[in-house]
Write a protein that binds this ligand. Sequence first.
Ligand code: TRP
Length: 337
Amino acid sequence: MKEKVLTGETPTGKLHLAHFVGSLRKRLEMQESGNYEIYILSADMQGLTDNAKDPSKISENVFEVIKDNLSIGIDPSKVTFFVQSGVPELTELTTYYMNLVTLSRLKRNPTIKEEIKQRGFEESLPVGFLTYPISQAADITAFDATLVPVGEDQIPILEQVCEIVDTFNKIYGETLIRPKYIVPENNSARRLPGTDGKAKMSKSANNCIYLSDDKETVKKKIMSMYTDPFHIRVEDPGDTKNNPVFIYLDAFCTDRKKYEELKIHYEKGGLGDKIVKEYLFEVIEEILTPIRERRAYYDEHPEIVEKIVKEGTEKARKKANEVLKRVRKQIGVEYFK
Ligand code: TRP
C-alpha cells in the first residue's frame, strides 16, 4: 500500500516563491516518484478563523491557490484536491479532539503565539483561531496520513498534532496514525527571505515574487532586490550569507558548480550585483515560464478546475468518513447499529 501524504494551505492569497521551495516542490517530487497517495487541502475554514468579517478574502482565493498547485505541475489524475468545508467529517473530528488539548498548551504553541501577536489578537482572540492546531490534527488523521510536507513555520503545529494523536490512542486505544512532517533540507529553501532582505516573504511586506507574476514584473522585482549594502563598488568583496540574491540562488539554482563559482567570485570582489541578478532572473524564469503556461490553460478553463476540486472533495469525504467511523466506534459514540 502507498504511504499517504496530506498537505495544503490556507487560501489567504496567491502563492509565491517561498511556498514553492518551502513545500510545493516537495509535493511535485512525491507525485513524480509514484510512491504516495497524496491529498492536497484548501483549508478555507482555517482561513475563516481570522477572517470571519472578510470571508471573500478566503473564498476568492480557494481556486487561485489550487491553480497555483496545478500550474507547478501537480497532476489532478494523480493527486486529490479538496476543500476543508466540503468535508464536514473534519469538523466532527475536531470537536472530539478539542477535549484532548488544554487551553494553556494551545496558547504556548510558538506558531500560534507568534500569529496572535502579528494579528494583534492579544485582547480579542477568536476562539476558532486558537483551535487551528486541533483542526489540523483532524485534517491529517482523517486520511491516515503518515507524511506531511510543510514549511518550517508549521513544525510546532505538527508537534502538537502528534501529541493529540498520542493522547487519543492512549485513552481510546490505537486508532489514529502518528504523522511525520517533512521540511526542506536546504536551509535557504526552508526560510526564503523577501526580496527586501526581510526574514519572511509576505504579502503584507510587499516583498514577494508570485508564481503568477509576469516576466516583466519578475524582472523588476529581481533587479531591485536588496543585496549587500556594503558591496558598493564592483571590486569590493561582498557578503553572500545575508544576501537574498545569493540565498535565492542557493534555493533555486540547479547548476551547483556555477553557483559556487559566483559565490567565491562575489566574496572575493570583482563581481557586480547586476550580473548576479541577471543570472538569478534567468534561473527563476526557467522555473516560472512553464508554470505560467499551465496557469494560462487553467485560467481559460475555470470549469475544469471546479470539476477537479468537486470530485476530489467527494473522494476525500469518503476517506475521511472511514476514519470518522473508526473514531466514533473507539469513543463509543455509536448508538444505532
Ligand atoms: N496551516 C497550514 C498553512 O497555513 C494549512 C494547513 C491546514 C495544513 N491543515 C493542514 C497543512 C494540515 C498541513 C497539514 O499553510
